[in-house]
Design a protein around this ligand. Structure first.
Ligand code: EPZ
Length: 416
């Protein structure tokens, strides 16, 4: 069965290691296309989205192999510049290959990635930014061809700090002619990881970590061995598990420096947080106080990817609060499942009005997407009795071993 079974109510105790970052490794795997040689990527999470990116690279002619959590990509020869519609629509992150294919071959043929349950997720910002670098885009039905015999450096400002659009501009700019100055670039840690990888390969990028990137095109990049940083969203998800179920846990490798907004909220709600260079400890010894208002924002505001798991924490806190989702237009899908478990949540447009309840009750619920599915796991850990979560595959897109990790933290959880 494609499900997860939880017997809730245990306080969480123990420690677990945080996996490598999904949203850092996906653009980095795309970036290997720019390097005529072999790259070794360590601490790569074994998750569905990474396997899908591996298939895309192999479709383009690049052998990819695994040893444990280490992936080796050989992009010495790239024999195609087309990506099949099914490949692209199955995983949106394939759009990140666009910038890399333009940088490597000067042309890419792919379909529009399409939306998903959390939003329409257009790519207009990507395409407009690439056009400013001399890319010609011809649309044909559901496919489009992007072509640039010579990518030109440019000065431009994104209308919104889109993570994916920033990544595509970076991937197109590192081998372009001249300097690219990108204003209002996304500042998520995954952008920094991509830039660090590319600089390691010989790229010339300044302003890393800021909203203003200066990328001077170089002639070529060389082979790299790189270790993927820990996944801040997985670490944040496990923090919300302790905040919802109670207990005392330690998350090894959790990147405290990238979780400021969640750490601040946790302390405001009454959690005791300890930070050191090994990771994050969190103690939740009594019912938490509600947060009056929580809004999701671009980095380093509260991350949209932790909004659903945090909704569970707020649903169990003492008092009332409002969650405002500002990044995706349809990211309250998990509310129906939480209400089925006894949560008191009303949604109006992009706001969720939450009245904390003492307990949730286990029942059967269905995951509809990655982070909403993770939130249902968090809810099951806190709920009385049994919870069965269907569509485990959505959760496995981003969490390498969520059941093993949470068992290490004392949860009664198994796959079904
Ligand atoms: C990345 O998606 C992440 N995915 C998302 O994580 C994350 O939620 C998001 O950034 C925001 O932090 C990966 O890194 C693989 P955006 P991305 O471009 O690049 C609109 C997860 O759960 N937009 O910053 O698609 C868009 O519709 C996933 O791990 C346009 O309108 O995010 C959205 O409303 C979910 N036009 C907003 O901007 C464009 O051309 C943010 O999108 C591009 C984006």
């Amino acid at each position: 069965m494609d499900s997860i079974h939880i017997y809730g109510g245990n306080l969480l105790r123990g420690e677990t290691k945080i996996q490598g970052s999904k949203n850092a490794v996906l653009p980095i795997l795309a970036a290997t296309l720019l390097i005529k040689g072999t790259c070794v990527i360590r601490n790569c999470p074994r998750i569905a989205d990474v396997y899908h990116m591996q298939n895309l690279l192999q479709e383009l002619g690049c052998p990819v192999s695994w040893a444990g959590n280490t992936v080796t990509v050989n992009a010495s020869r790239v024999c195609d510049n087309r990506m099949s519609g099914e490949s692209v629509t199955r995983m949106r992150s394939s759009i990140m290959l666009l910038g890399a294919m333009l940088g490597r071959m000067g042309e890419a043929v792919m379909s529009y990635p399409g939306g998903c349950v959390i939003g329409r997720r257009p790519i207009d910002i990507h395409l407009a930014a690439l056009r400013k670098m001399g890319v010609e885009i011809v649309e044909e039905d559901q496919m489009f061809t992007a072509r640039a015999l010579h990518l030109q450096g440019t000065e431009e400002r994104l209308p919104f700090p889109s993570v994916g659009a920033t990544e595509n501009v970076i991937l197109a700019a590192v081998l372009a002619d001249g300097m690219t100055v990108l204003e209002n670039a996304a500042k998520e840690p995954e952008i920094t990881a991509l830039c660090d990888f590319l600089v390691e390969a010989g790229a010339d990028i300044e302003g890393i970590g800021s909203g203003r990137l200066m990328i001077k095109g170089v002639d070529k990049l060389h082979e790299v061995k790189y270790t993927v940083p820990a996944d801040r969203i997985v670490a944040g998800t496990y923090m919300t598990a302790a905040m919802a179920a109670g207990g005392s846990i330690f998350l090894e490798h959790a990147p405290a420096g990238q979780l400021g907004a969640l750490l601040k909220a946790a302390q405001e709600m009454g959690c005791c947080v300890t930070l050191n260079k090994e990771g994050i400890g969190i103690d939740v010894l009594r019912r938490l106080h509600a947060l009056p208002y929580l809004r999701t924002e671009v980095y380093d505001g509260f991350p949209t990817d932790l909004q659903s798991p945090m909704m569970v924490v707020l649903a169990l806190a003492e008092g009332e609060g409002i969650v405002e989702e500002n990044i995706f237009e349809n990211r309250f899908r998990v509310v129906d499942g939480l209400r089925k478990m006894g949560a008191d949540i009303e949604t109006v447009k992009n706001k969720a009005y939450i009245r904390g309840v003492e307990k949730l009750k286990g029942t059967m619920v269905e995951a509809e997407e990655l982070r909403g599915g993770a939130a249902l796991v968090v809810a099951g850990l806190a709920a009385e009795g049994r919870t069965m979560i269907k569509n485990r595959h959505f959760i496995e897109r981003g969490y390498e071993n969520i059941c093993k990790d949470l068992r290490e933290l004392g949860a009664d959880i198994s796959i079904g």
